[in-house]
Design a protein around this ligand. Structure first.
Ligand code: SAM
Ligand code: DTB
Ligand code: SF4
Length: 317
């Protein structure tokens, strides 16, 4: 059954609620669909770092920005497998491989297909984020055993052009259509804290909620301001506005895993606790995102202990 289409203004009305009312509503929706004390763990690996031709204003991997990230070749299969085994041993259930491409060429896709097959054989769920896909590529990934494909809408259509000029919103929707058409699970979210308005944050969530069916996984990233990127000086978002964003995502995407994504390293335990209370039930787990830092696994385990949170069942456990 398709969800009713929410307008950005209707979503913005949720943002306007008193904080306690918003969190109560989000927690109620969360409890209707999920065990509120379980959080899913995904580990990221950058299998192809840097040198990207796109101009995404937030991204340290664009070759157009003067960041410290160098253009590296694609990783070899054994090193990827070693990282996947480590992620599995630490308790992750999903392994997400990211590449700094506009999209893969066939010669790029072949080694990724081998990685997907091998990581899947370890008993992990597999995810890839490789940029725009052409016809047939999502089917090849599905055939290799890919479970999820991550491709973000990033922000509201009205703000998008301020951040990225080398590909448009429709390109992203087309790729999401190909991913869904191939029978893959969709992981699609965005970034906040880029200077967008509250109405634009609501617009992003309205777009995510309008995907039919809704994405299985919704990463909500807080911008990591990286030196050398056009957004390095973006003004910081009120942390409580971030919590509101998570809560609104939970209400509008009731059955999706909402992932508390980039930006956790700079967040206190208390802020993260509020995000879990607001309905976040997934995190990136492991000391690195793609090129930037993430909390150490020990810190996350201690936080879960303090909050009585259990990780979603680990493979082989
Ligand atoms: N190149 C592919 C693409 O853009 O689709 C895949 C990798 S790309 C790094 C994946 C996502 O990471 C982006 O869509 C964006 O949402 C997120 N991201 C990148 N840099 C970020 C930053 N500095 N802070 C927060 N999120 C970021
Ligand atoms: C997503 O939404 N966030 C992740 C994952 N999907 C690929 C990436 C965050 C990247 C943060 C900047 C970096 O580490 O390079
Ligand atoms: Fe390239 Fe992806 Fe970074 Fe954009 S977000 S510059 S496409 S790696």
């Amino acid at each position: 059954m398709s969800e009713s289409i929410l307008s950005a203004t209707a979503v913005a009305a949720l943002f306007e609620l008193p904080f306690a009312d918003l969190l109560y509503q989000a927690q109620t929706v969360h409890r209707a669909h999920f065990d509120p004390n379980r959080v899913q763990l995904s580990t990221l690996l950058s299998i192809k770092t840097g040198g990207c031709p796109e101009d995404c204003g937030y991204c340290p991997q664009s070759r157009r920005h003067g960041t410290a990230v160098a253009d590296e070749p694609i990783m070899d299969l054994d090193s990827v497998l070693e990282a996947a085994r480590r992620a599995r041993a630490a308790g992750a259930t999903r392994f997400c491989m990211g590449a700094a491409w506009r999209g893969p060429k066939q010669k790029d896709l072949d080694p990724v297909l081998a990685m997907v097959r091998a990581v899947k054989a370890l008993g992990l769920e597999t995810c890839a984020t490789l940029g725009l896909l052409r016809d047939g590529q999502a089917e090849q990934l599905k055939g290799a055993g890919l479970d999820y494909y991550n491709h973000n809408l990033d922000t509201a259509p009205e703000f998008y052009g301020e951040v990225i000029t080398t590909r448009d919103y429709q390109d992203r929707l087309d790729t999401l259509g190909r991913v869904r058409g191939a029978g893959l699970n969709v992981c699609c979210g965005g970034i906040v804290g880029m200077g967008e308005s509250r109405l634009q944050r609501a617009g992003l969530i309205a777009q995510l909620a309008a995907l039919d069916p809704q994405p299985e996984s919704v990463p909500i990233n807080m911008l990591v301001r990286v030196e050398g990127t056009p957004l390095e000086e973006a003004s910081s978002l009120d942390p409580l506005e971030f919590v509101r964003t998570v809560a609104v995502a939970r209400i509008c995407l009731p059955k999706s895993h909402v992932r508390l994504s980039a930006g956790r390293e700079a967040m206190s335990d208390e802020l993260q606790a509020l995000c879990f209370l607001a309905g976040a039930n997934s995190i990136f787990y492991g000391d690195k995102l793609l090129t930037t830092g993430n909390p150490e696994a020990d810190r996350d385990r201690a936080l879960f202990e303090r909050l009585g949170i259990s990780p979603a069942q680990a493979v082989g456990a």
